[in-house]
Design a protein around this ligand. Structure first.
Ligand code: SAM
Length: 237
């Protein structure tokens, strides 16, 4: 048998996202109200390439899991959503460790911005890291993409937030100094999903202080009495 052809792909854009690290990014787009923008790269930064895109409320972003590409893939993976103990085939998961490292997210179309600094497509409900290379954009077509009666037996239910999120007085004062108006909701969306490792999620009191970067803010938080307490929000810029 002859070896199959090898194809090369180049990004058509790069995503600017509030998620500066993988930790605490939701597992799928609809789980956080995170907004970002795709900066179209030359020669794809032609406004004509976006003509009529405003007629679609939602779009598919196809992208590369660029932070994991060097780690390769294996035929089976432990899906975190299944508790991390069950191994399923990589093609039966949305694992980020996969052949070719391609991901797909259905996102909200928040409009085109064409300025002297570049051509941007604003998107909402993203689950992607800052600087993710975007390899294609396609319209989400409800009659075809929203399949009636489709089922996903292992993952039929949307994950429900498991933890209430509270702020100490100190953290609340620091939050008020932050310029990002969606930061409070983003913190709540991300931390209420309990992003701790699966083996920690049964710990109602956890002495560890976790840190997660959203925009240029470093969020410090702990789990106490079965709830998240955000203890500090420090600016990194
Ligand atoms: N919706 C996409 C899909 O189904 O292909 C992504 C699902 S994947 C399970 C979502 C996770 O990918 C996020 O929680 C984040 O940790 C990780 N992630 C996001 N952007 C990434 C990137 N550029 N490189 C590596 N991992 C990334």
């Amino acid at each position: 048998m002859t070896k199959p052809d090898v194809y090369s792909i180049e990004p058509i854009g790069v995503l600017e996202s509030p998620f500066k690290q993988k930790f605490a990014i939701p597992r799928q787009p609809a789980l956080a109200k995170a907004k970002g923008k795709v900066k179209l790269l030359a020669p794809y930064n032609d406004i004509n390439a976006l003509r009529s895109i405003d007629t679609y409320s939602h779009l598919w972003l196809l992208f590369l899991f660029h932070e994991n590409l060097h780690k390769g893939w294996s035929p089976t993976v432990r899906a975190p959503r299944l508790g991390g103990n069950t191994r399923t085939g990589v093609f039966a998961t949305r694992s980020t460790f996969r052949p070719n490292g391609i991901g797909m997210s259905a996102v909200e179309n928040l409009g085109v911005e064409n300025t002297t600094s570049g051509l941007y497509l604003h998107v909402g409900n993203i689950d992607l890291l800052h600087n993710t290379p975007i390899i294609d954009i396609k319209p989400y077509i409800p009659y075809s993409d929203a399949v009636q009666h489709a089922h996903a037996t292992l993952l039929d239910d949307k994950p429900v937030p498991t933890l209430a999120v509270n702020f100490t007085d100190h953290a609340r004062r620091q939050l008020a100094q932050q310029p990002y108006e969606d930061l409070p909701l983003l913190i709540e969306n991300c931390l209420s999903q309990d992003p701790r490792p699966a083996y920690k999620q049964s710990h109602q009191d956890d002495p560890k202080t976790y840190q997660v970067q959203l925009y240029d803010a470093d969020i410090h938080w702990q789990v106490s009495d079965g709830a998240v307490w955000v203890t500090a929000i420090e600016s990194l810029s």
